[in-house]
Design a protein around this ligand. Structure first.
Ligand code: TGC
Ligand code: FAD
Length: 393
């Protein structure tokens, strides 16, 4: 359970006044679900490298899978601020929980909705929205992480089917997935997306073990050894790297909100602990050095909240640029990892214990600062936007 009362969660600049009643209702209902379902089991899951039983179906039941996908395809038809608030509440518990929801929503449902055929949408989206199907997104490869354009996974047109060969690495939910949206090059060298179903001969999903980070989430490989993919599984409406990169815009946006939740969990825990813990005859909260830390945490959380709220309104108006999303992802993940590390110190030795969330968030955020574009990649995207000069090529 959370160590602090939920009414201590900060809204220092009154962002609630900018939200609708529906936004607040959605946020509070996800907050309650996290409190009752995830919080009691998250430390055990992370400590023992277990996934949370039935997580995807539970997320489906609270409407956290594909919240902005239209209702006719099983989504909730919500706006982008609602999506962000859901991600924030989920990641207050653990980045693994937000990862599960954001991969399913932004990296699997989004490309099928945006680039899929009507038949594909009707076949897969409702099952993904309910959590009956678990999806994975295969872009990264052993030799191509920051530079997905170099991918080696390829397919050949065999007349009545495609023959897929190659391997993807570091794939969230690979060992659990029912389907994977896979990006591969055709014989013309152009990147296309296709839906690969578990059970296709030659398709395997070995688990990546020994992680120190995101221990409540499964990570693995997607391996394709002469896999026959039916032609109707090709996503018909996109070609080129902009296909997978468009999905990343949506996922990076969700992460920008999500990590605020992780930062809030650390901040609220530190405030509560500093008022209860006495040293030198006084609560440690009375020492100026501790107050400085808390003041800086709140300032950074507030700035991140404002950034996300404005980005959400831009996204609702279809005006958010990839570079704006990139800035928010980089800024907010850095903010959260700094708060997780510094707030642990406020708890002294207790900060390393599983009863408190800081070490878990801190370790998780080491993945979050790397996936969906490393901090360096996002700095260079902003650098390109400022100067017009591409540092990648
Ligand atoms: P570049 O030449 O710049 O662009 C190629 C084409 O793509 C278009 N484009 C975009 N379109 C939509 N959104 C974006 N953000 C876009 N960025 C670029 C671009 O306009 C161009 O289109 P066209 O029509 O001219 O062909 O591409 P590049 O090869 O130089 O690469 C640019 C770079 C480095 C920024 C990009 O490749 C990149 O973002 N790299 C980072 C890779 C990454 O983020 N991978 C994430 C994998 S998925 C993941 O981590 C999931 S974690 C899951 C979890 O939450 O658990
Ligand atoms: P590399 O690209 O090898 O980078 C190594 C270092 O070099 C980094 O510090 C990087 O910033 C730096 N670097 C690289 N290029 C440049 C440059 N041009 N200038 C300056 N520095 C540079 N991928 C998926 O497709 N689907 C998933 O579901 C998924 N889930 C993941 C889950 C976890 C837990 C993790 C850790 C990763 C996941 N990824 C996933 C992969 C993730 O997107 C990649 O790890 C990430 O894009 C970085 O690629 P890389 O690890 O190969 O690092």
């Amino acid at each position: 359970m959370s160590y602090y009362p939920l009414n201590s969660i900060p809204d220092y600049y009154g962002i609630d006044d900018l939200l609708t009643e529906e936004h607040i209702l959605i946020r509070n209902s996800v907050r309650d679900w996290v409190q009752s379902f995830i919080m009691p089991q998250i430390d055990d899951a992370a400590q023992h490298h277990k996934d949370i039983p039935n997580l995807m179906k539970e997320l489906g039941a609270i409407g956290a899978l594909g919240p902005y996908i239209p209702e006719e395809y099983g989504g909730a038809g919500l706006d982008q601020i609602s999506y962000g608030l859901i991600m924030q509440e989920l990641e207050r518990s653990d980045s693994a929980v937000r990862s599960a929801a954001s991969v399913q929503s932004s990296l699997v449902m989004f490309p099928i909705f945006e680039f899929g055929s009507e038949v594909q949408k009707r076949k897969y989206l409702p099952k993904l929205a309910s959590g009956e199907f678990i999806g994975a997104f295969g872009l990264t490869e052993p030799n191509h992480g920051s530079n997905p354009g170099g991918m080696e996974t390829h397919y050949k047109d065999m007349g009545d089917h495609y023959l897929l060969n190659g391997a993807k690495m570091w794939i969230t939910n690979a060992p659990l997935c029912d389907i994977a949206v896979v990006w591969a090059k055709g014989e013309d060298g152009k990147v296309r997306g296709m839906i690969v179903e578990r059970g296709y001969e030659g398709f395997t999903t070995p688990e990546t073990t020994n992680k120190w980070s995101l221990r409540a989430s499964k990570t693995g490989e997607l391996v394709f050894n002469n896999v026959r993919v039916p032609k109707e599984n090709l996503l018909p409406n996109v070609e080129g790297l902009k296909g997978p990169l468009s999905c990343l815009n949506s996922a990076r946006y969700g992460i920008s909100w999500g990590v605020i939740g992780a930062a809030i969990d650390c901040y609220c825990t530190a405030v509560q602990y500093s008022k209860e813990r006495t040293q030198f005859g006084k609560p440690i909260a009375s020492f100026q050095l501790q107050q400085k830390k808390l003041a800086e945490f709140l300032t950074e959380i507030t700035k991140a909240q404002l950034l996300c709220w404005r980005l959400g309104t831009l996204k609702n108006d279809h005006k958010a640029t990839p570079a704006q999303i990139s800035m928010a992802k980089r800024n907010n993940v850095r903010m959260a990892i700094n708060i997780a590390r510094e707030s642990r110190q406020i708890l002294g030795g207790m900060g390393i214990m599983g009863e408190f969330p800081m070490m878990r968030h801190s370790a998780n955020l080491e993945s979050v600062i790397t996936y969906e574009g490393t901090e360096d990649v996002h700095l260079l995207i902003t650098g390109l936007d400022i100067t017009g000069i591409n540092a990648f090529s």
